[in-house]
Design a protein around this ligand. Sequence first.
Ligand SMILES: C[S@@+](CC[C@H](N)C(=O)[O-])C[C@H]1O[C@@H](n2cnc3c(N)ncnc32)[C@H](O)[C@@H]1O
Length: 238
Amino acid sequence: MENSQKKDQLTYYDNQVADYEKENGLLKRGLTRAYERKAKIILKELADVQPKRILEIGAGSGLMTYFFSTLYKEEFVALDLSKEMLELAKSRITNPKFSFVVGDGTKPDFADGSFDAVIGVDIIHHLDDPRAAMAEWKRLVRPGGKMVFLETNVYNPIILRNIGIEHEVRAFLNTDKNLTLWPTDAGWETVKVSPAPSYTPAGPKFMVPLFHLVDIISPKIPVWKRMAALWLVSAQKK
Ligand SMILES: C[S@@+](CC[C@H](N)C(=O)[O-])C[C@H]1O[C@@H](n2cnc3c(N)ncnc32)[C@H](O)[C@@H]1O
């Protein structure tokens, strides 16, 4: 990653911690459905790999990491560029198999083949050169290992809220075509990009069964499914 881009990300996220704390407040109040669902989707996609060591890129304040720590019992490394964000993540996770590393996810300082999987949520669009990062992630996983990411879908109208936000601008590149092309160019195989649940608000409580139904049905409806909130990006190293 270019130094200037890295500095921009750091300046932004180091100063975001207070806002993220508000979101963490949501977690404390039990409004957890979206994050828990995302964690389950990623872990389900990894089931065939039976991972014993996972690296999460861009763990941030740990909104996702918290749920990984309740659902996954093996070794897990959460990495983020921002020390401030990661401190927040650390403060809420008690699973002793989870560790935290401040570092650049585009050049992770780990040995070749030292992970079974590299995962993340809403991180690819923060990287200048996703292909180069994905090539690094491929270096980090063992043969048969996977990368699994959930990323904002450019075809979902919610993306319009990102207009004019500089550090979110690359989210407009998140077509299924690009998200297939980048891992393929980086040397990954069995690249799959599929729509993930489209609507996951946590309340009001009496509406949740309806939201759940919408989540299950919409990724199956032609055309509509292309507007799902997230793409699930999965690839394997042969
Ligand atoms: C939108 S937040 C996502 C956080 C978390 N995955 C979640 O879903 O709550 C993006 C995170 O990526 C981190 N980030 C941006 N560029 C990075 C890089 N090159 N390496 C590691 N982390 C990075 C930021 O510091 C920030 O915490």
